[in-house]
Each structure stands twice: as C-alpha cells, then as structure tokens.
Design a protein around this ligand. Structure first.
Ligand SMILES: CC(C)(COP(=O)(O)OP(=O)(O)OC[C@H]1O[C@@H](n2cnc3c(N)ncnc32)[C@H](O)[C@@H]1OP(=O)(O)O)[C@@H](O)C(=O)NCCC(=O)NCCS
Length: 163
C-alpha cells in the first residue's frame, strides 16, 4: 500500500473530481471519450455539476507531495432525475476514480473504505453505485460488501449496507 493521505473534498476540488469522473467514464481503453464530451453527457454531468452542494461529500487522496491522485464522493439523486446507480431516495450514489499512474496500489480501496465511513457518519444506511459489467472494479466493490441490486444489458447497480 502506497503512503497516501485522505482528506475531505472541498468546493475547490471540482475540477479534479471532474477529472476523476472522466477517468471513471473512460474505464475501458477501447472506448475513451474526450473530457469535454464526458462532462457534457447528460447522463454523467449530474455526478459533478454544481459541486459542492450541501449534501455532497467525499474524499480526495493525495500523494505525500500533496498532489491529488484519486477521489471518491457521493451525491443524492432525486427519483425524478435518478443516476445510473439510483436505488432509493436518501441513498447517495458514489463515484470513484484514481489517476492512471497511481492505480493498483491500494488507493481505490482506501478511498472506498473512507467514503463508506464518511457516509455512515452522516447517518446514511446505504451507499449505491453503478459499474459496467467487465470493469474489474466490480470485484473491488464485491470485496467491499457491495451487492448487485439491479442489472441492465450493460451495467450493474450495486449497494452496500453501512450499519
Ligand atoms: C477502479 C479503480 C478506482 C480502482 O482503484 P485502484 O487504486 O486501482 O485499486 P486498488 O489498488 O485499491 O485495488 C483494488 C483491487 O482491484 C484489483 N486490481 C487493481 N487493478 C486491477 C486491474 N488492472 N485488473 C484487475 N484487478 C485489479 C487489485 O488487485 C485489488 O484487489 P486486491 O486488494 O485483492 O489485490 C481505478 O483502477 C480506476 O480509477 N479505474 C478507472 C476508473 C473506474 O473504473 N472507476 C470505477 C467506475 S465504476
């Protein structure tokens, strides 16, 4: 495990979180889209637009030199405008991304664990997410206690009980 620091995400992290959303959207090397296109996608923009709202929360992972290297955050979606991983009102949905050079060193798992603690401390009973089938990240989520609650032809919606 690489030495990293996790700190709370703040409003000024919007640009870096957007970078991590782009990484999450571009998880498959065979179908990468330009940043501007990902952030303009009406299905993806709601994960970051207007950051940081009162109920938004997350963590940024920093290297020992203080550079941001990954982030995980959660947001509440309304049933009238659900995210891909919507399971119920009051269940926030998370986004996770680690900068390419810092992957496979334990950063993603640390962020996931930290954000589960953060959500628990805010009183949430569950956290949800959406992951494309084929993304190895799904195995990471399973190992952290997320279970599939819904599937479509492309992706699985997963949730974790925080109690
Ligand atoms: C998915 C992601 C966040 C995981 O973060 P990470 O820091 O690379 O992952 P970790 O180092 O914490 O590894 C977590 C587990 O995944 C495994 N793993 C890491 N990289 C892997 C790879 N390329 N292929 C298969 N398994 C891998 C590790 O072996 C580890 O399991 P272990 O603890 O049993 O060894 C990161 O790779 C990433 O940003 N990917 C692109 C964006 C993305 O897919 N986001 C999620 C969208 S739902």
């Amino acid at each position: 495990m690489t030495a990293i620091l996790l700190r709370p995400a703040i409003g000024e992290d919007a640009r870096f979180l957007a970078d991590m959303l782009v990484e999450a959207a571009n998880w498959s090397p065979s179908s990468r889209r330009p940043r501007v296109q990902v952030l303009a996608d009406p299905a993806l923009a709601p994960y970051i637009s207007g950051w940081m709202r009162p109920a938004d929360a997350g963590l940024v992972a920093e290297s020992v030199s203080g550079d941001p290297i990954g982030a995980c955050w959660f947001r509440l979606f309304d049933q009238s405008k659900p995210g891909h991983g919507f399971v119920a009102g009051g269940v926030p949905e998370l986004t996770l991304g680690v900068s390419p050079l810092w992957r496979a060193q334990g950063v993603g798992r640390e962020l996931l664990r930290g954000v589960a603690s953060l959500a628990r401390s805010r009183g949430y009973a569950r956290l949800s997410l959406s992951v494309d089938r084929g993304n190895f990240a799904q195995r990471l989520y399973v190992s952290e206690g997320y279970v599939v609650v819904r599937s479509d032809d492309r992706a699985d919606t997963m949730a974790k009980a925080l109690a």
